[in-house]
Write a protein of this length. Structure first.
Length: 93
């Protein structure tokens, strides 16, 4: 499957609110894509981040961070402070 097709499937998974599927696709693209530019539309990455926060999908956030490092995507505008409470809960409870 090409990176572009996987990107469209990721976007479908985000729109369908299927976080496990989206997380797996991000992880796979991070490891296997030979592209130098992200094939995923950045708007879907932000939507995935927001969904992951709502669903406490910490694995998804981790895969998003790895993906953004791989493709040099700036996450500085993402509301990272919203992630802090979820992370604090899982680390301290």
């Amino acid at each position: 499957m090409t990176p572009q097709i996987e990107a469209r499937i990721f976007e479908y998974a985000v729109l369908s609110e299927k976080p496990q599927m989206a997380s797996g696709l991000l992880q796979k693209q991070t490891k296997t894509s030979s592209e130098s530019i992200s094939p995923i539309d950045p708007r879907f990455l932000l939507k995935f981040y927001e969904q992951s926060l709502k669903q406490d999908n910490i694995d998804g956030v981790a895969h998003l961070v790895n993906y953004s490092n791989r493709f040099d995507i700036d996450l500085s505008s993402y509301p990272i402070n919203k992630f802090r409470s979820a992370l604090d809960y899982y680390l301290n409870k």
